[in-house]
Design a protein around this ligand. Structure first.
Ligand code: SF4
Length: 333
């Protein structure tokens, strides 16, 4: 399908339902060592919009609830999973479990892992030198979380601590919903779906990385006349890299200017000046992006721009998930 046909058919972005792996203790089960669950606002809010796959590696290797805590230690140059209270090592059980579980994992669009857990943590897990040492010497990945990061490099992988930051949460949401959409069309491997996908994500991808957008455009153009499945395969890695970097402030401003260009003949001088003032405030981090995109959206509806209307840039994930509160670090783009 050409872009013209996509527009003619009124391509409207529908959100695909992402499949997300979550550590089970993040509000699904009271499986922590002390028999409690850890509530996570993002996990909770996502429940109506995603399909969760949950596991608790420690319970699933037979440690039970409640249980004595375990930790990552370095012994004879090897990382081990050690339970100080019993003196037992669980490295082999956890490694086997991890390989088995990840080998059989259905397709996923992202991971939410428990922060700092010696099993689920993707980073920032305390490492102790030897069995007796009481002070951590550095931070490493947990056994399960580290293997997730290694096998699924490029996918959205976050812990619940980082997701309390607006910018990180935004990037995560954009990534899982875009990835889920791509995954759904890749299953059918039709050229026209990839053309539509690329067209509707153009501004979003431009806000992430303009050079990568160009590369993706060339792949979609398919001058080499590759088979559709090969085009999808070529498109996937650069798209992952682009989603991984997420939207950047300077490039987002370029996108907003580019969008303004669609209305330059219809807007009066005052409207344009007001928009440029808002853009400056956004550049100075005085107003959120949503304030500017809502003005653009209203012009898109009033002045009818089918191209802008279909852009996921204005709504890359369900609006119910929009929440500008964060842990205080603020928005970076
Ligand atoms: S962090 Fe992982 S292993 Fe620990 S309780 Fe949660 S799900 Fe289980």
């Amino acid at each position: 399908m050409s872009l013209k046909n996509a527009l003619k058919e009124g391509y409207v972005a529908e959100f695909s339902r992402p499949s997300v792996f979550s550590s089970k203790c993040l509000g699904f089960d009271t499986c922590r060592y002390n028999g409690v669950a850890i509530p996570c606002e993002t996990v909770e809010k996502l429940k109506p919009f995603v399909d969760y796959i949950t596991h608790c590696p420690e319970v699933e290797i037979g440690l039970g609830v409640p249980r004595a805590t375990i930790r990552v230690i370095e012994e004879n140059g090897q990382l081990e999973l050690y339970q100080p209270e019993t003196g037992k090592i669980f490295t082999r059980e956890m490694s086997h479990y991890t390989a088995r579980t990840l080998d059989n994992l259905p397709p996923v669009d992202g991971f939410i892992l428990k922060h700092k857990s010696p099993s689920c943590g993707q980073a920032d897990v305390k490492l102790f030198r030897g069995r007796e040492n009481k002070s951590p010497v550095k931070r490493v990945a947990g056994f399960f979380g580290g293997e997730v990061a290694r096998r699924f490099e490029g996918l959205a992988i976050e812990d619940e601590g980082r997701l309390s930051n607006f910018t990180i949460r935004e990037r995560f949401l954009i990534s899982i919903f875009t990835h889920a959409k791509f995954r759904s069309i890749r299953a059918k491997a039709r050229n026209k779906d990839l053309v539509s996908f690329h067209s509707q994500n153009k501004l979003l991808f431009m806000a992430c990385n303009q050079a990568a957008l160009k590369q993706l455009g060339k792949i979609v153009a398919n001058e080499a006349k590759l088979a559709p499945a090969d085009v999808y395969n070529a498109y996937y890695p650069p798209m992952l890299r682009l989603l991984n970097s997420g939207p950047q402030r300077t490039q987002t401003i370029n996108v907003l200017m580019h969008a303004l260009g669609y209305f330059k003949k219809q807007l009066n001088t005052k409207e344009k000046a007001h928009f440029l003032d808002m853009l400056e405030s956004y550049r100075e981090r005085k107003v959120p992006l949503s304030a500017i995109t809502s003005v653009l959206r209203s012009w898109t509806m009033r002045l009818e721009s089918p191209y802008l209307d279909m852009q996921t840039f204005f709504m890359p994930y369900p609006p119910e998930l929009m929440d500008i509160n964060d842990s205080g670090k603020g928005r970076d783009y």
